[in-house]
Design a protein around this ligand. Sequence first.
Ligand code: SDX
Length: 429
Amino acid sequence: MSETARLQLGDQHIDLAVITGTENERALDISQLRNTTGLITLDEGYVNTGSTSSAITYLDGEKGILRYRGYAIEEIAEHCDFVETSYLLMYGELPNAEQLHDFRMSLRRHTMLHEDIKSFYSGFPRDAHPMASLSAVVSALSTFYQDSLDPRDPRQVEISTHRLMAKLPTIAAFSHKKSIGQPFFYPRNDLTYCENFLNMMFAVPTEPHEIDPDFVDAVNLLLIVHADHEQNCSTSTVRMVGSSDANLFASIAAGICALWGPLHGGANQACVEMLEQIIADGGDIGKYVDMAKDKNSGFRLMGFGHRVYKNYDPRARIIKGVCDRLLAKMQRVDPLFDVAKELEEVALKDPYFVERKLYPNVDFYSGVVYRALGIPVPMFTVLFAMGRLPGWIAHWLEMHSSPNKRIHRPRQVYTGSRTRKFIPVEKRA
Ligand code: SDX
């Protein structure tokens, strides 16, 4: 007999099955709660609510563990590049040599955008935030690939996922070029995924462009550590939109919009802006730590805290290492990195942060690396989206392959007016 939990309400009780996951996480199955008791649950922000079961990513927030398909993030970061990591997330297994080669070649053949898409960019204002153009162009891809929108046709799904993986760096780089008034640089099939992105971002027609292998390594690592993170806000958005059988491009465009928020993926931009503000304000770390503790200040340490991690975010540790190595190789001192390290040191000794188990998260150091790579601040969250794309796709695929797939439609507790009689406008006060 599987374990159950008894819910007692007055003289009525119900036994709820306890579901146990691979790593012994436990959950109450409330799928029959309303049918049998008329009750629903209420959990603002889904702090205690699981939306699904998933085999893609495992987090242990207490221990600071992150695994993609069972492989520790530290091992993947050490042994894989982003394309191999993406294959693992999307298909569930590490590819053999032939599978990896075929995947790489497929992505390389789909990096170009339809020429008509270029005109989209001339419609955006020059200072348009690239997350706006990223979501708009991704959504518009559905109008160019009307032959591959059916989420139930495996062949159409495969071509759409490969097209999107291949084109997102091009869309991102075009946004950057638009913002600086430079001509778009087309993708090249002789370059690797990250080499291509850096080339499209920084090459100019007037001179040859050297792609720094250290920069390529840094981008690979940054994309890998952002690749998936189970049911976070943007991934849950992709699942929510996809649950209505909306096409892949529409689902991912919605995820991009959710990621844009400063409490989520937008925190990397907000964190660098916070560090710049601290420096401009004389570098008084204590003042900002005190502000972060003061509920009335409306200020938070961006890049700090996490819904799941109540320990050091393993991704922050990896990115901090990338920071250290890259700045050392560049023989560059970045005051932002120094302020970030000092801020971390002060916060991690402060009871307010210790009691609430607030640690640096993935967004705390990533912006410092992006700056060192020459990536402009508004593009930081775009790189987060590029990294998270294979995770979003993996969850979209997992949802569609689930026998329990249903359209997501949460319930609510109504707290508005009771029934009222209509009052014609001439009789209203
Ligand atoms: C990402 O979900 C994911 O997996 C996300 C992500 C991913 O890979 O997809 O990991 C990526 O989004 C990382 C998080 C990036 N956001 C930020 O860095 C923004 C700053 N952080 C916070 O706003 C906050 O920590 C969240 C949004 C990340 C988490 O919010 P929660 O879980 O709702 O926590 P909370 O706001 O209820 O905070 C709990 C307590 C509160 O204090 P009390 O009311 O208990 O006294 O901690 C405090 C908060 O005031 N707190 C902070 C703080 N974060 C939380 N206080 C100061 N500075 C902070 N950064």
